[in-house]
Design a protein. Structure first.
Length: 91
């Protein structure tokens, strides 16, 4: 692989991380607020439990997404070094 092939891909990943994090954060906040309202308005115990479960799953999912994006940011330099060593490409 040449530098001309790899560098645009790495640059694209770096440029996408910020906006993706903002979009996921905004969507997660809105979704959790909607689920919280649904939980607050639920009158039946089974509806309340269903809304509570959905809210808990959404929070876990969004935390997982943030952790994975953070991990990608942390491991990008390591991946670049590995690529440079194994493919002979300097980024």
């Amino acid at each position: 692989m040449s530098e001309a092939t790899v560098k645009p891909i790495v640059d694209l990943i770096y440029s996408i991380l910020g906006p993706v994090l903002a979009i996921v954060g905004a969507a997660g906040t809105i979704y959790c607020v909607v689920l919280g309202v649904k939980y607050a308005k639920a009158e039946e115990p089974q509806d309340r439990e269903k809304a509570k479960s959905a809210l808990k799953n959404a929070i876990i999912g969004f935390i997982l997404i943030f952790v994975l994006i953070f991990a990608l940011r942390q491991f990008m330099p390591i991946m670049k070094n590995w690529l440079a060593q194994n493919a002979g490409v300097q980024l």
